[in-house]
Design a protein around this ligand. Sequence first.
Ligand SMILES: [Zn+2]
Ligand SMILES: [Zn+2]
Length: 804
Amino acid sequence: MRIRNAVLIMFIALATCANAKPLTIVEDGKSQAVIQVAAGQPKAKKAAEAIQKYIQKMSGATLEIIDEGAKSDAKINIYVGHTKAAAKRSLKIPTGFDPSVRDDVFEEEGYILKTKRKDIFIAGNETDVYKGTIYGAYAFLELLGCRWYFPGAWGEVVPEKKTVVVPHLDVLSKPDFALRGIGLNTGWVPMTPQDHTEYKEWTEKIAFDSRGDSGKYYPLVGDGFLGILLPPDKYFKDHPEYYAMNKKGKRVIGEGDILHTTMLCLSNPNVYTEILKNLKTAIAEKHDEQGPNTHRISRHGIGISPPDGSPYCYCDACDKASQKFENIQLVYGPQMSEEYYGFASKLARAFPEKFVATMAYSLRELAPQGVTLPKNLAVMYAPIAGCALHDNKDKSCWRRIEYIKNLRQYRKQTAHIYLYEYHPDFLTGLFIPERQTANATVNFPLYKEMDIKGLSAEGRKAFMQTWTSFYVMGKLLWDADTDVAALKKELYFDLFGAEAGPHLQAWWDAVEAHLGAATIHLHEDFMLNNVYTVAFTSSIQKHIDAALAAGGTATQKARVVAVGKIAEHLTAYANMEAAAMRLDYATAAAESQRMLDLKHELNKIYSHFISETFPKSKKPPAFISRGRTNEYKRLLSYTNGDQGNKVGELPLDMKFVRDPYNEGIFSEYYLPEFDDTKWDMRNTHLLWDAQEEPLDDKGHDYDGFGWYRGTFKVAKSAKGKKVIFHSGGVFNEGWVWVNGQYVHHEPHKVWWWWNHTFDIDVTDAIKPGKVNQITVRVWNKAELGGMLRRGFFFTPTDKYVPKK
Ligand SMILES: [Zn+2]
Ligand SMILES: [Zn+2]
């Protein structure tokens, strides 16, 4: 039986009965009320201080905070926390914390806001980890007009009023989702301590948790928690058979942080026995507060999970245990759900009083077949290859359809499913806007309907990319029926003023609508090059221009300028991609640099707009602007005489044919004289999925072999010189012929940022001063396919350094 669910009663009425007169707590700048706090309740104290601070900001009046019962002449009492006065009135305040294994665990949070004659009561569940009274205090202040749209002062709106009137209140509010966390303090984008503090404070204002706190509910899980259970430094020497076998038949442990990078051989019965023994010892000795065991057990149970990437044990027994279900959303390894969940379930059954938590991630995303999950197995659902462009009800997005179907299979087996969604500014690298607010608006009511426990995800402090989505998610996670349209309207009005607000909303809405209309399914920015085009970004610039020209207060105008820079940053992205398509790498590098400059400018305006710093990495990865700028500079130097001289260009459009039956090889499609007049044409900078109509109404695309053919002129100056073909990539595997001569096989690669480019020596096949012919056969097993990021031919100078 479920008791949670939502806002049970949300009733705010003005003067509907004799008892219900509005209460004037500040009159003409003078305090009329006192805040009475229950003694010895630090969370209530904090809530009281928040009320005092913001009433003061609104009106200039300071409401005195006193211990409950202390003498006061004030006409109105605001009782905060579990006060005696509330008890005397028999008010039912949510309370209690019971973490035992049951379907409705962690669902007792909530608060009341009530007025009784001259008294106001603000109190919520403060037991253990809950912060109900604090959330209640901010909900009270929101009723009075305060808003916290973004962390810190930049996103705060406090109305000025000399007289503050509290309407009659009779509210009991409980969150729809127990877990409501996005933590920004992890991953590649570090935060300053100040930003971190601001973010933490903000999460309380919008009733989020920070992700690090998710361990306070279910046991924390993270990549590589298996290695901790059977530390390789202790066992590997004597028992290499405990550890995963690689493809070459060798037992191996991970690299670097071996505790978190080592995969175990889960089919070995001794692995289970030894882990069980270690866990029992750790629990008996209460290891959870110290040392390397911190993450494997918590007071509510045990977190387990293989390392990041696609770990797999290739030993005969493990390989046989894997039922080899293909997951077409993934292209990088055999599925191991049956074997893995068999192991996790066995472990969970050994600790029926505790939760065992794990992640449905990587090779373990598919709900297992033929395995019954025990009721105490908690699953953090984290399918990495999701589509960030579409929502869960979009019938034309096969990825979201499959995502939900898979999630439903997990939910059938255990009530303890929560989400780690790859959309909160997680994977697209360059911090261009994503479609998150629109998706969350649709997705969270569905998650409520499915009875999912909530969200526990990692984010980045890139509010120029996530924009309103964290705020909206906070509201939806508390109340899935929140009217987001009204919320957004209010936000644009409050932050930018009546004149500029609607224009900026029009800009962001146009961006989200455009992303939602895309017929590709992805979450990586480098595949957005056909979505964010120059034509599109220029078509919506009018909204920004109108907002910049509009009136408003100085604060509002400064905020408009910032959004103008976010728009400029997106325009630079579109310009960069358009330049790369023309092989104009000087412009592409300059636009990429412009993006970086704008990020710095935005960061100066508001620190929660990303500052691109990667202190751990000397060589910036290609998915951030610094890395991308370096890539374009490298390509420029291959063409401008520095590392090389460009002698030919891969055609932007080439002849193309699908080859679903793999006939091309037999029919010698690669011969220069082959008749391709009946073939289609495809752009070689964009994947074929980006230029083809979907195959069906679910948005499926063609997967299989495809052939490209084209001709190009090679400069005479290449005579007697080495000639290299630079390719922007083939998804996910490719074969190249030049003038009918076979020259290269490019092996399968996982789609991941910028690891697809390759340079190959084609000197023997090339004819300088003549028209040459090139044929490329591409194979994609699943998902997106085709040639990408065009390419060119160059003669290297002695300075040429091939990319590693
Ligand atoms: Zn094995
Ligand atoms: Zn999609």
